[in-house]
Design a protein around this ligand. Structure first.
Ligand SMILES: *Cc1c(COP(=O)(O)O)cnc(C)c1O
Length: 355
């Protein structure tokens, strides 16, 4: 006799999981990965580290070498750095620590869908604010949402995925002055942008900045992200995360990557230049765009249905992100900056589809 599974908790409600279809195409510009692999010397150094690793033993639970190196990069103390398997796991650990049943967290749509998704999984009530029509965020709307919901976590995303806009220092200052709890600035695309909130982090301010190796470091496959925040907050996260959550290989890779910072920075500069070229080319087509400081550009075909354009691009072996069903983004598509060749393939296909 088969026995049924218990009814799962209803934290997710009717919400669907957050998935980007992994379609087989030759030009993949849908998940904001780097089009460039990390340098050969990095892979060689990592292979040597694998050879030397005592895999029968648990890894360093406190990942001290990686933590100290990241602290040095950002001019903070190691106790102010927390790492996890992708910045999504960093966000999840924040929710496990400061969210949960009976608590609220605030986001401002349109923004990164995982903030709300992880919040709901952890039983946190999501308070949803709205950006203006041009996708800037006004402090009056922030105040309205914070007054209404008194969230224990307030999320900003700068540059904001999927709109590409950054938040100004003035806005982050005002949000910090207004928020009743923790303020999280998700800087997954921080190195592409003209400004970072990292310098605002101290032990005395309820602010954390999250970063990831997935985009600028060309290491999405490795799954490593981190935050910089007050030491007392990091201690709370450390107390809740699973033991040995950061495996030995991830620790080694994150540390070794920092030896190739110059390579990372030149990849980022090349992608920023390429973003400007692609944005200028989009200006000449019948699409609406928004200014981006990240490695992607959001656009909306003016004369065609966005979902149809998405399909016709796939038919030409170009995959971009279809944002059509996301809050406030009807008809919008998001293209990740690729190599010049990939971007030309995208622009050529789009021109064809729109003509
Ligand atoms: C890609 C992305 C992340 C990161 O994810 P990882 O789990 O580090 O791969 C986090 N925040 C935003 C806004 C992103 O776009």
């Amino acid at each position: 006799m088969s026995r049924g599974l218990p009814v799962p908790n209803d934290n997710l409600g009717e919400l669907e999981g957050y998935h980007s279809p992994q379609v087989r195409v030759s030009v993949r510009l849908n998940t904001n990965e780097s089009p460039y692999p990390p340098p050969r010397e990095f892979v060689d150094a990592l292979a040597a580290a694998v050879e030397a690793e005592p895999f029968n033993r648990y890894p360093d639970r406190g990942y001290k070498a990686l933590r100290s190196a990241l602290a040095a990069v950002h001019g903070v103390r190691p106790e102010q750095v927390f790492c996890a398997n992708g910045s999504n796991e960093v966000l999840q650990t924040l929710f496990l620590t400061y969210g949960g049943a009976g608590r609220a967290a605030a986001v401002f749509e349109p923004t990164y869908a995982m903030h709300s998704q992880i919040g709901r999984v952890t039983g946190t009530t999501m308070a949803i604010g709205q950006r203006a029509d041009d996708f800037t965020l006004g402090i009056d709307e922030v105040r309205r949402v914070l007054d209404e919901s008194s969230p224990s976590i307030t999320f900003l995303c700068s540059p904001n995925n999927p709109t590409g806009r950054i938040e100004s220092k003035d806005l982050v200052d005002e949000v910090l002055a207004t928020a009743p709890g923790l303020v999280v600035v998700d800087e997954a695309y921080g190195q592409f942008a003209s400004w970072s909130a990292l310098s605002m982090v101290t032990d005395d301010v309820p602010l954390v900045v999250t970063r990831t190796y997935s985009k600028t470091w060309s290491m999405a496959g490795m799954r490593l992200g981190y935050l910089v925040g007050p030491a007392s907050l990091v201690a709370e996260l450390d107390a809740r995360v699973l033991p040995y959550h950061l495996n030995a290989l991830t620790q080694a890779a994150g540390l070794l990557a920092l030896q190739f910072t110059d390579d990372m920075e030149s990849r980022v500069s090349a992608l920023v230049a390429e973003r400007e070229r692609l944005a200028a080319a989009l200006e000449k087509l019948p699409v609406q765009t928004w200014p981006s400081e990240a490695n992607f550009v959001l656009f909306r075909p003016l004369e065609r249905d966005g979902a149809e354009v998405w399909q016709e691009l796939v038919d030409r072996s170009v995959l971009v992100r279809n944002c059509d069903t996301w809050p406030r983004l009807q008809g919008c598509l998001r293209v990740t900056i690729g190599t010049p060749e990939e971007d030309d393939a995208f622009l050529g296909a789009l021109e064809e589809v729109l003509s």
